[in-house]
Write a protein that binds this ligand. Sequence first.
Ligand SMILES: Nc1ncnc2c1ncn2[C@@H]1O[C@H](COP(=O)(O)OP(=O)(O)OP(=O)(O)O)[C@@H](O)[C@H]1O
Ligand SMILES: [Mg+2]
Length: 347
Amino acid sequence: MIAEDDIRNALKAVKYPGYNRDIVSFGLVKEIAAGKGAVSVSMSLTGGNAEVALQIKTESEQALRALPGVESAFVEVKHQGTAPAGGAQSPWAQQNKLPGIRRVVAVASGKGGVGKSTISVNLACGLQHLGAKVGLLDCDIYGPSIPLMMGVHQKPTISDEEKMVPPSNYGVKLMSMGFLLEGDQPVIWRGPMIMKTIQQFVTQVAWGQLDYLLVDLPPGTGDAQLSLCQTVPLDGGVIVTTPQEASLGVVRKGIAMFEKVNVPILGIVENMSYFTAPNGERIEIFGHGGGRAEAERQKIPFLGEIPIYTEIRLGGDSGVPVVVSHPDRPFGQAFVRVAESLRHKLS
Ligand SMILES: Nc1ncnc2c1ncn2[C@@H]1O[C@H](COP(=O)(O)OP(=O)(O)OP(=O)(O)O)[C@@H](O)[C@H]1O
Ligand SMILES: [Mg+2]
């Protein structure tokens, strides 16, 4: 058992950034919990900014890990941003929450199988195609499919600074829960472990300079998704849906989820909008236009529609996203257009 006093003493070695005083004497430490080899500390920060919070978190975890008997340490720094003076502010007022990363954007959907990962991958490559520096973080613990879709087979390496170096393909850097799972093993991780790992995916990965970090959330809008949204410092969220009403019902849940955690909704993408038969006939398998109609009803932007193309599915299976292999064909163009609207919303 690790003594609370030892934990406090270890934390006294961590200085408040820019000050000579330590974080314990500043009164930041609120709760300490210690179990077998694991320490978890909760801190609360009123002044400062997200960068300060992150630095405190990182240094505290390092200090705790150096304690004898500690195998894992998790420090949560709750940060209440100081409200800026005067009127309306852009949702991006708190820039550079993560050093080097301009915008963190989550891609979510109320239910599974609507093409969320396909959209995340092609949007990431689409933004890269438009000249941006892009990272892609696959938080889907239940079925991480992004490494396959991106054709990435190597695992991250560890840098001299002990950070994880994300593998990359098509100019997009990639981290995935899939890298940490063995084969087809089912995930039996408990919630706190997942949160901790995701947090490290954001803070302990050598992302370098990024214009956009896209985050593929697991399907659904339950507690797991909600806590993920709180774990990652999101700048905005994109909701993916299919046109039919059954899927749109869950769009509303997606909107509610982002609103709960104060993440601005950047817009809706409608996937599988229609299919063009070889004779040119347009077949609206799931109906059409529901995404745009819902966006209008909810007064949120509509980012575009992606039709059904065999090439899109093939691209996913072969690890070459269509926006990479065919940026000028209609199926590649559909993604480029959505990437353009997204870039516009984030500028
Ligand atoms: N517009 C499209 N045209 C053709 N096939 C598509 C399209 N969008 C997605 N697919 C295919 O549908 C399947 C499901 O897509 P995907 O894995 O992206 O969904 P998902 O929402 O991420 O699923 P999950 O909820 O399991 O994470 C994949 O085989 C993918 O290639
Ligand atoms: Mg998926």
